[in-house]
Ligand binder design. Structure first.
Ligand SMILES: *Cc1c(COP(=O)(O)O)cnc(C)c1O
Length: 228
């Protein structure tokens, strides 16, 4: 299938998932995950009207960003090492804030005048190999983040476990939604936007049913990744 056919089909599936739960299509934002794919392919999807793209490596993000239209909104969805913070453009939205050392590094690099927009990555599936702060440690990390005016928290991000079990997948997404609800009730962050970044090619339908506001979809749009 062509990129255009894939993109149209993803769009239809997002609309169907919204309709199924009585959500408006505008409540769910698509982030097209272009990691490992050439800038020309990103350009093709951009030409179809897609404005937000996600990358998991900062070097690859920076390279594509320099080659492509300036109106593209870039999301960093992969782990960020503290020694790479200086490469992160302030306009990027970081989905993987998950530990204190990174909080400190980001806070000393960005400023309250031009804060970095970020999401806290939470390990809801409790798989030890997954990154993200555990639900148990979430509030102590959140307190440290809230003290930093150079960081503006927009929402939370999670990855469900690799599973075909609908119940287990939806549980992780529901846990993130409940955590975000607490964040709102306790007014933890100034300007908190309640973003829920959850759902990938294999599980975005469930994520939308559980309240996702941002789905991160790669292979369903760009095809399978071939790692160099
Ligand atoms: C690669 C990646 C995605 C997209 O995965 P697909 O299964 O290709 O849709 C989403 N989120 C994160 C964090 C990723 O690393």
């Amino acid at each position: 299938m062509s990129l255009q056919e894939n993109y149209t089909q993803v769009e239809e599936r997002i609309a169907a998932a919204c309709a199924k739960t009585g959500r408006r299509r505008e409540e769910v934002h698509l982030i097209a995950v272009s990691k490992t794919h050439a800038a020309e392919k990103v350009q093709e999807v951009f030409a179809l009207g897609q404005k937000a793209f996600g990358e998991n490596r900062i070097a690859e993000l920076a390279e594509k960003r320099s080659q492509l239209d300036k109106s593209i909104e870039w999301h960093l969805i992969g782990q960020l090492q503290t020694n790479k913070v200086k490469l992160l453009p302030q306009e990027t939205i970081l989905h993987t804030l998950d530990r204190e050392s990174l909080v400190q590094k980001l806070a000393s690099h960005f400023t309250s005048v031009r804060p970095l927009r970020c999401l806290i990555q939470v390990n809801c599936s409790r798989e030890p190999q997954k990154s993200g702060v555990s639900i148990e440690d979430f509030f102590s990390l959140a307190e440290k983040i809230a003290a930093e005016k150079a960081l503006r928290v927009l929402g939370l991000m999670t990855m469900a476990e690799h599973s075909t079990e609908e119940v287990a997948i939806r549980q992780a997404f529901a846990d993130l939604r409940k955590l975000s609800q607490k964040v709102k009730e306790e007014r933890l962050f100034e300007g908190y936007a309640g973003w829920l970044s959850m759902g990938m090619s294999g599980d975005f339908g469930y994520a939308i049913q559980e309240g996702a506001t941002h789905v991160r979809i790669g292979s369903a749009i760009f095809g399978e990744r071939t790692f160099p």
